[in-house]
Design a protein around this ligand. Structure first.
Ligand code: MSP
Length: 640
C-alpha cells in the first residue's frame, strides 16, 4: 500500500466571497487527493478560512457587522460551497477555532524560549492592505505592488522573528531537495529572493492598533501577525504535537498555493517550522493565476467568475474538467466561456460521450446488453495495440498527475480515447455483425471497447468523480465506494463477462454556443428532474395530434450534428424525419423498427435537413428510448 498523503489548500481570507480562483485551488487539491486515494488508503485533505487581521476587521466594519458575525458568515460561504463542487476535504479549519489558537500560542512560546524572537522598535513603510512592512526596494513607483497605494510610514515597537539566522539553512535545503518548491520557476524565484540578506519578520501587532487576533503568550499587549498565525493551521489541524493525524500525515505534507503567496510559504513557513523544531513540509506546489478574458479578476471590473454559476450552466464535472485541462499548472491562464464550451463539446460530448453511448448501444444491439466473452484466439488478432495504448496511457497519466501536471494526465487519457474511437472505426463492429462467421471477432471487439471504457472511467475519477461513477454503473459494475482503486484495474481484462449493461446514456450535453445552455434534448443523470404533469386537455385536444405507426426504412448520421439521425420512415407514404437520438442509437439499430411518429407536426429544418414529423421517445437517466409497439402493425395505422 502506498504511503499516506496529506494535501492542503491555502486558508482563504474571509473578506470576500469565494470565486473561481479559490475554486480552482480547492478543486486541484481535491483532484490530487482523489488521485492518491487510488493507491493509498490514508489520505488527508485540509482546507479552511483565515479570519484574523486588520483586513477582516475593516471588511466587517464596511458591512456594518460585528467582526465575529462577519467572519462566521463568510467562512460559512466557503464551507457550504465545497460540497457543491464535490470537494472531499476531511477537515475545514478556521483560525478562530480555540484549538488552533492554542497551538499558535504553544509554538510562539517555543520559538520565543529558543531565543529566536526579540523585541525591537521599528520604523517602516507599512501597507495596510497587505498587513506588512515593505522595503523601498519592493515598492513599484513608491506604491505597494499589490494595492497600488503608497504605504504609510509607521513607527512601532514590535516582536521580530530571526529569519536571517536560517537563511543559509533554507538555501541549502532547497538546493538539496530539488522538488521542495515546484514547478521549477517558483523554486528559482525563491532562490533569487534568498540571494539578498533576509530581513527579520515582524510577527506582532500592538493591540492599540488591532485587537482581532491571537494574543502573544509572552506579551498581552500584542496580537500575532496574521501570517504567523495562519501558516500554523497546517499543523494545528492535525493535532500538533501529539495527535495521531499529525504523526501520520505531517511527514508527507504537501501544500498547494498560487504564486501570490509564494513568499510566505516558500520562505517564512519553512523557517518557522525549522525554528519550532518541526520537520519541514515535503512539497510546495505553486500554480499560476486565472485571469478573465486577459484581465485580472476583480469586483470593480465586474468580471468575477462565480463557481456555482458555472456549475449550474455547464455541469460540475465539465467545469472541473475544464479547469484542470486548460490550466498548465504553474502558468497563468485566461478564463473565457467560449473556450469552456469548446472543450465541453470537443473533449467531453464528442470524444468521450459519443464513444461511450456508441459502444453501449452496440453492446445492446449485438449482445442484448450483456458483456460478451472475448474469444482467446481472436483476442490477439483483434487487439490492434489497444491494450498497449491503455498501458501507455495509464503510465503517462500517473506520471503527470503525480507531479501536479493535471493537463498532461488528462491529455494522456484523451489520447487513449482517440485510440478507442479509431478502434471503433477500424474494426467496424456493424460490418462484423453482418457476417455470422465473424461473431468471435465481434465479441472480442465489443469486450475490448467495454474494457477500455472501464479503464477510462477510473482514470477520469479524480477530475470527474460523478461521471466516473455513472460510467461504472452503466458498464454493469457496482460503482461501489472503492471502484477507483488502481490495483483493481491495472490489468487488462478486469471487466467481468456475462454482466448486464445499462442502456446507453448521453454523459455530457452538447452546449449550443449561442445560448450557452445545454441543448434541451439531452439530460445528464445529475441534472434530470421529471417535469410536472401538464395542464388537462380534452379528448378533442388529443385528437388533433396525428400519431402514426411508421417503419424505419433507412437511417444515417447527420454530418456535423453529433446527436441527430436522419431517418427515412414509411407511414403509408415515405417521409424524412430528423431525430435527436444519435447519443443512444446507432443508425443500424433502427432500421426495420416500428416507431411512433407525430405525423402532423409542422415541418422544421434541422442542420439543413427538412424533418416532417417527430419520433415519440422517452428520455431518462439512461438516455433516449424510442417508443415502439409490441406487435407488427401496418405502417400508417393511427394511434388513439
Ligand atoms: N489567507 C491567505 C492564505 C493563508 S494560507 C496559510 C490568502 N488568502 S486568499 O483568500 O487571498 O487566497 C489566496 C489564494 O486563493 C491563492 O493563493 C490561490 O490559491 C487562490 N486564488 C485567489 N485568486 C486566484 C486567481 N485569480 N487565480 C488562481 N488562484 C487564485 O492569501
Amino acid at each position: 500500500m502506498a504511503s499516506p498523503f496529506y494535501i492542503t489548500t491555502p486558508i482563504y481570507y474571509v473578506n470576500a466571497r469565494p470565486h473561481l480562483g479559490h475554486a480552482y485551488t480547492t478543486i486541484a487539491a481535491d483532484v490530487i487527493r482523489r488521485f492518491h486515494a487510488m493507491t493509498s488508503d490514508r489520505t488527508y485533505f485540509l482546507t479552511g478560512t483565515d479570519e484574523h487581521g486588520d483586513k477582516i476587521v475593516r471588511a466587517a466594519k464596511k458591512e456594518n457587522r460585528t467582526t465575529r458575525e462577519y467572519v462566521d458568515q463568510i467562512s460559512g460561504l466557503f464551507k457550504q460551497l465545497w460540497p457543491e463542487l464535490n470537494i472531499s476535504n476531511d477537515d475545514f479549519i478556521r483560525t478562530t477555532d480555540p484549538a488552533h489558537m492554542a497551538v499558535v500560542e504553544t509554538i510562539l512560546q517555543r520559538i520565543y524560549d529558543a531565543g529566536d524572537i526579540y523585541f525591537s522598535s521599528y520604523e517602516g513603510l507599512y501597507c495596510f492592505g497587505c498587513e506588512r512592512f515593505y522595503t523601498e526596494r519592493e515598492l513599484v513607483d513608491g506604491c505597494c505592488p499589490d494595492h497600488q497605494t503608497p504605504p504609510e510610514t509607521i513607527r512601532e515597537s514590535n516582536y521580530f522573528f530571526k529569519m536571517s539566522r536560517y537563511q543559509q539553512w533554507l538555501i541549502d535545503h532547497i538546493l538539496q531537495h530539488p522538488d521542495f518548491i515546484r514547478p521549477e520557476r517558483y523554486r528559482n524565484e525563491v532562490l533569487a529572493f534568498l540571494r539578498d540578506p533576509l530581513e527579520d519578520l515582524c510577527i506582532s501587532r500592538p493591540k492599540s492598533r488591532i485587537k482581532w487576533g491571537i494574543t502573544l503568550p509572552f506579551d498581552p499587549d500584542y496580537v500575532t501577525y496574521v501570517w504567523f498565525d495562519a501558516l500554523l493551521n497546517y499543523v494545528s489541524a492535525l493535532g500538533y504535537p501529539d495527535g495521531e493525524l499529525f504523526k501520520t500525515f505531517w511527514p508527507v505534507a504537501q501544500h498547494i498555493v498560487a504564486k501570490d503567496i509564494l513568499k510566505p510559504h516558500g520562505i517564512y513557513w519553512p523557517i518557522m517550522l525549522k525554528a519550532a523544531g518541526i520537520p519541514v513540509y515535503q512539497h510546495l506546489n505553486v500554480h499560476g493565476y486565472w485571469n478573465v478574458d486577459q484581465s485580472k479578476m476583480s469586483k470593480s471590473i465586474g468580471n468575477v467568475v462565480e463557481p456555482l454559476e458555472m456549475k449550474n450552466i455547464y455541469g460540475l464535472d465539465a467545469f472541473r474538467f475544464f479547469l484542470m485541462r486548460d490550466m498548465v499548472f504553474g502558468l497563468d491562464s485566461s478564463f473565457n466561456e467560449e473556450a469552456l464550451i469548446q472543450r465541453i463539446n470537443a473533449d467531453l460530448a464528442n470524444d468521450l460521450g459519443n464513444l461511450f453511448s456508441r459502444v453501449l448501444a452496440m453492446a445492446h444491439k449485438y449482445f442484448e446488453g450483456v458483456v460478451p466473452e472475448p474469444d482467446p484466439d481472436t483476442a490477439r488478432t483483434m487487439d490492434l495495440g489497444l491494450e498497449s495504448h491503455a498501458r501507455t496511457a495509464v503510465a503517462a497519466y500517473t506520471a503527470g498527475m503525480t507531479e501536479f501536471a493535471f493537463h498532461k494526465g488528462l491529455a494522456a487519457v484523451w489520447e487513449f480515447i482517440t485510440h478507442m474511437n479509431k478502434y471503433v472505426d477500424v474494426t467496424a463492429p456493424w460490418l462484423l455483425a453482418k457476417n455470422k462467421a465473424a461473431r468471435k471477432e465481434l465479441e472480442t471487439v465489443l469486450y475490448n471497447l467495454l474494457e477500455g471504457l472501464r479503464i477510462i472511467s477510473v482514470l477520469i475519477y479524480p477530475v470527474m468523480p460523478e461521471t466516473a461513477a455513472t460510467m461504472q454503473k452503466h458498464l454493469g459494475l457496482s460503482g461501489d465506494d472503492d471502484f477507483y482503486k488502481l490495483d483493481r484495474f491495472s490489468a487488462w481484462g478486469g471487466l467481468k463477462t456475462r454482466v448486464k449493461l445499462r442502456k446507453a446514456i448521453s454523459l455530457f450535453p452538447r452546449i449550443d454556443p449561442e445560448k450557452k445552455q445545454p441543448q434541451p434534448m439531452e439530460t445528464t443523470a445529475s441534472q434530470k428532474m421529471d417535469p410536472p404533469i401538464k395542464p388537462e386537455i380534452t379528448i378533442d385536444d388529443f385528437a388533433r395530434i396525428d400519431l402514426r405507426v411508421a417503419t424505419v426504412v433507412s437511417a444515417q448520421a447527420v454530418p456535423r450534428a453529433k446527436k441527430l439521425l436522419e431517418l427515412e420512415v414509411d407511414l403509408g407514404e415515405k417521409r424524412t424525419i430528423v431525430s435527436g437520438i444519435a447519443g443512444s442509437y446507432a443508425p443500424e439499430d433502427l432500421v426495420g423498427k416500428q416507431v411512433i411518429v407525430v405525423a402532423n407536426l409542422k415541418p422544421a429544418k434541422l442542420m439543413g435537413v427538412l424533418s416532417r414529423g417527430m419520433l415519440v421517445a422517452a428520455t431518462d437517466e439512461a438516455g433516449v428510448t424510442v417508443a415502439t409497439l409490441d406487435k407488427s402493425v401496418t405502417p400508417g395505422t393511427p394511434l388513439r
